[in-house]
Design a protein around this ligand. Structure first.
Ligand code: C2E
Ligand code: CA
Ligand code: CA
Ligand code: CA
Length: 274
C-alpha cells in the first residue's frame, strides 16, 4: 500500500512540476515575444446568417514562435491576463489590425472588425490612448472597429460602465462575448450601453440535444430584442445550425461552416471575392 501511495504521490508531484514548468517557461518568454512582435492576428469572417454575406471579422491572436510553431491563444491569454502582460499583447493586436486591414477598412466602410479586450485593458489608459490614436482620420475608422468584452470583464471592473460609455462615445460598438456562460444578469445588461450579444458555442452545440441548455437560444434572442441588441452565434459548424439560428432571429454568425480564422491575406482575398 505504501509503495502504491508513494508511486501515486510521485506521479502527481511530477505532473505538478511539469505544469509549473510549462507555465513559467511560457511566462518567461512572453516579454521577449511582445518585444519581438511574435503575435499575429488571424481574422475569422462574420456573416449575415440570412444571406451568407461577410460583414467583417473577429481578430484572433496567434503566437508564432521563432521556430514557426503556433501557440493557441487559450494556452497563453489566461496566463497573460493574470500576470498583467496582456496589455502588451492587446496593443500588438491593435497595431497588427491597422497594418493588416487599414487600407481594406478605409476602402470598405461596410466591413467591421472586432478585437478582444480584457479587464486589465479596460482600465488601462495606455490602451485607451492607443485606441484613440489608431482610430483617427487616415488610420482606422473608429466606427468599423468593435470591441468584444466578456461578462466577467464588465462585472469585475469597477470603472466598467464609465469605460464602456467612453468606447461607445468614440464610435466603437460593443459585443458581449461568450454570452450566457458567465454571470449573465438582466441588471447589468441594462446598466451597460451594449450593441451585440455573442451567443456562446456551447448553446449552439446544445441546440441538437433535448437538454435545458438546448432551449436557451430563443430566450437569449428574445431578451436581446427586448433590450434593442443584435445577436451573433459563435461556433456554427453545420448548415442545419445556421438555418435554425437564422429562423430563430439570430442575425449574425461565425464558425467553421463559413470559415476558420484566416491569415490577413486570405481574409482580404475572401472579402474581395464577394
Ligand atoms: P473567443 O473570443 O470565444 O473566440 C472564438 C474561438 O472559437 C476562437 O478560438 C475560434 O477559432 C473558435 N471557433 C470559431 N468558430 C469555430 C467553430 O465553428 N468550431 C470550433 N470548434 N471553434 C470555433 P481561438 O482563436 O483559439 O481563441 C480562443 C480564445 O482565446 C478566444 O475565444 C478568446 O477568448 C481568446 N483570444 C483570442 N484572441 C484574442 C485576443 O486577441 N485577445 C484576447 N484578449 N483574447 C483572445
Ligand atoms: Ca471573442
Ligand atoms: Ca466568444
Ligand atoms: Ca468562447
Amino acid at each position: 500500500l505504501l509503495v502504491l501511495f508513494c508511486a501515486g504521490f510521485g506521479a502527481i508531484a511530477w505532473w505538478v512540476r511539469r505544469w509549473l514548468q510549462s507555465r513559467y517557461s511560457l511566462l518567461g518568454v512572453m516579454d521577449d515575444a511582445i518585444e519581438n512582435g511574435e503575435f499575429v492576428n488571424y481574422y475569422q469572417p462574420i456573416v449575415e446568417l440570412a444571406t451568407g454575406r461577410i460583414t467583417g471579422a473577429e481578430a484572433l491572436v496567434r503566437w508564432v514562435k521563432p521556430d514557426g510553431s503556433l501557440i493557441r491563444p487559450d494556452l497563453f491569454i489566461p496566463l497573460a491576463e493574470e500576470s498583467g502582460k496582456i496589455r502588451g499583447i492587446t496593443l500588438q493586436v491593435l497595431e497588427n489590425l491597422e497594418r493588416d486591414l487599414g487600407a481594406v477598412l478605409r476602402a470598405r466602410p461596410d466591413l467591421y472588425v472586432s478585437i478582444n479586450v480584457t479587464e486589465p485593458d479596460l482600465t488601462d489608459d495606455v490602451f485607451f490612448d492607443a485606441l484613440a490614436a489608431t482610430c483617427s482620420p487616415g488610420r482606422l475608422p473608429a466606427g468599423q472597429v468593435r470591441i468584444e468584452l466578456t461578462e466577467r470583464c464588465l462585472i469585475d471592473s469597477a470603472q466598467g460602465v464609465a469605460r464602456v460609455i467612453r468606447l461607445r462615445e468614440a464610435g466603437h460598438a460593443i459585443y458581449i462575448d461568450d454570452f450566457g456562460t458567465g454571470y449573465s444578469s438582466l441588471s447589468y445588461l441594462q446598466k451597460f450601453p451594449l450593441d451585440v450579444l455573442k451567443i456562446d458555442k456551447a448553446f449552439v452545440d446544445a441546440m441538437d440535444t433535448e437538454s435545458v441548455t438546448g432551449s436557451v437560444v430563443p430566450h437569449i434572442v428574445g431578451m436581446a430584442s427586448a433590450l434593442g441588441l443584435h445577436t451573433l452565434a459563435e461556433g456554427i459548424e453545420q448548415e442545419g445550425q445556421r438555418a435554425r439560428l437564422s429562423a430563430m432571429g439570430v442575425q449574425y454568425g461565425q464558425g467553421w461552416l463559413f470559415d476558420k480564422p484566416l491569415p490577413a491575406e486570405r481574409f482580404i482575398e475572401r472579402v474581395s471575392d464577394e
